[in-house]
Every structure is written in structure tokens, then in C-alpha cells.
Write a new protein. Structure first.
Length: 246
């Protein structure tokens, strides 16, 4: 394949990956506890270049990997006693469809059976691994260490864990993450404090993401033109060779 078209096609793929990532950040700009994804660019060296060929374009841009920005979002007061926010490094644990999920989104609510649930219907775990089950309809009081009281009685302590290496976490959907090593049991978070009546806002910046989206779309259009130009040049070359040799 023509080296110009190959380089432009690789650039298109990198642009598409970035656009998808930015679109997800924008869509979750108002999702509590959402952590924005960023991209890390690298270059791809074609095998023929690595082998010493001088007839090909060299390095092509690719998104080598995405990484998640786990920086703290702003804690926003809601006044809702089942809304909880974390300050510091740590994650709530909820019972996902295929095992535990980890999230900073503390927009919780009580089910009809009195179980504390995430907004997506996942039960919130206490330190024993069971779901937090309330007793009756009395108000809840949550302390900074995650201890939950109802009518003055301790009914459980929220399970809040931390990961020394955030690369262990794989994003599933929205504000949820999964442990890439399900056999490893993450330790209790020692630097996190729980605040009742607040939620952590998304750390995605919609305005920044929208501006970068426009830039990436323009870049995408330029690469499309480069591919079209390369194809036209190749076609003209073939026609010229055919004319000369006829």
C-alpha cells in the first residue's frame, strides 16, 4: 500500500479512538464520581522501516493506550442522606452482575427492601462483603470512617478499598471499574473519608473535551483529504504509465 495512504490511515484510526474517548467523557460530564479517560500517543514503526527499507514512510501515530485520570472531583452537597462522597484515595464496592465493581459514585438510594443500592441497582457492600441492609425506616447517619448507624444502632461499615496500582482497574461502564486480577483482594482504604449528603462530581471537563473534539474532527477531515489525494495521485500515475507504454 502507498506509504502516504498508510500513514494517513493510521492517523485516522488514532483520531477515531480519541473521538470515541472524548465522546464518552462528554457523555459522563454529569455522572457522579466519573473519572475521565485520557490518551497517550506513541508512534508505530513499520516492519519494513525497522528492516532498513528506505522506500516507506517512517513512524505513524497511534493511541498506544488510554489512561484514567483518578484525580479528585468536587464534593457537591445534596442534602440527601443516602448520597455519599469519598474524599481521598479509595472506592466504594458494589455487587456487579459478574462480581464486585469499584466506584466513586455515591449517588445511592434505598430499595423497597431497605438495601442500599447504587443508581444502577447494585447493592453496596459493607466490610463483611454483604450488602448494607437497613432495619426499619429510621434515618441513617454515616460517619467519616464509613460506619452506618440507624436509630443509634450500628448496622454496618461501608467497604471502602484502595488500589496501590490504579492500572489494576479496568473500566466497565460509566463510573464503574473492575479488578483486572479478581483473585487479589484490595486492602481497606486508609486515606479516604466518607461524607454524607454529598456526591463527588465528575472530573471530566466538558468544555475542554468539546474543544478537543472539534480539533480531532478537523484533524480527521485533513487525513481524509490526504488519503483522497494519495489515491488520486496513484490513479494518475497508473494512467500515465499506461499511456507511455501503450
Amino acid at each position: 500500500m502507498d506509504p502516504l495512504i498508510t500513514a494517513a490511515a493510521n492517523g485516522l484510526q488514532a483520531s477515531m479512538d480519541s473521538i470515541d474517548m472524548l465522546a464518552n467523557n462528554i457523555a459522563n460530564g454529569s455522572t457522579g464520581g466519573f473519572k475521565a479517560d485520557r490518551e497517550f500517543y506513541s508512534t508505530y514503526l513499520a516492519p519494513e522501516i525497522a528492516n532498513g527499507s528506505q522506500n516507506s514512510v517512517g513512524e505513524s501515530p497511534v493511541v498506544q493506550r488510554q489512561w484514567t485520570d483518578f484525580s479528585q472531583g468536587t464534593l457537591v452537597p445534596t442534602g440527601n442522606p443516602t448520597d455519599l462522597a469519598l474524599s481521598g484515595s479509595g472506592f466504594f464496592v458494589v455487587n456487579g452482575p459478574s462480581g464486585p465493581l469499584y466506584t466513586r459514585n455515591g449517588n445511592f438510594q434505598l430499595s423497597s427492601k431497605g438495601v442500599l443500592m447504587s443508581s444502577d441497582g447494585y447493592a453496596v457492600q459493607v466490610t463483611s462483603g454483604a450488602a448494607l441492609q437497613t432495619q426499619g425506616g429510621g434515618p441513617l447517619t454515616v460517619q467519616n470512617d464509613g460506619s452506618v448507624f440507624q436509630d443509634g444502632n450500628l448496622i454496618g461499615q461501608l467497604r471502602v478499598v484502595d488500589f496501590g496500582d490504579a492500572s489494576q482497574l479496568n473500566r466497565t461502564t460509566g463510573p464503574y471499574f473492575q479488578n483486572s486480577n479478581p483473585q487479589a483482594n484490595p486492602p481497606k482504604a486508609s486515606q479516604a473519608a466518607v461524607y454524607q449528603g454529598k456526591v463527588e462530581s465528575s472530573n471530566a471537563q466538558p468544555a475542554e473535551s468539546a474543544a478537543r473534539m472539534v480539533l480531532m474532527l478537523r484533524h480527521y477531515e485533513m487525513l481524509q483529504r490526504a488519503i483522497r489525494l494519495g489515491s488520486e495521485m496513484n490513479q494518475q500515475s497508473v494512467q500515465e504509465v499506461a499511456r507511455v507504454t501503450s
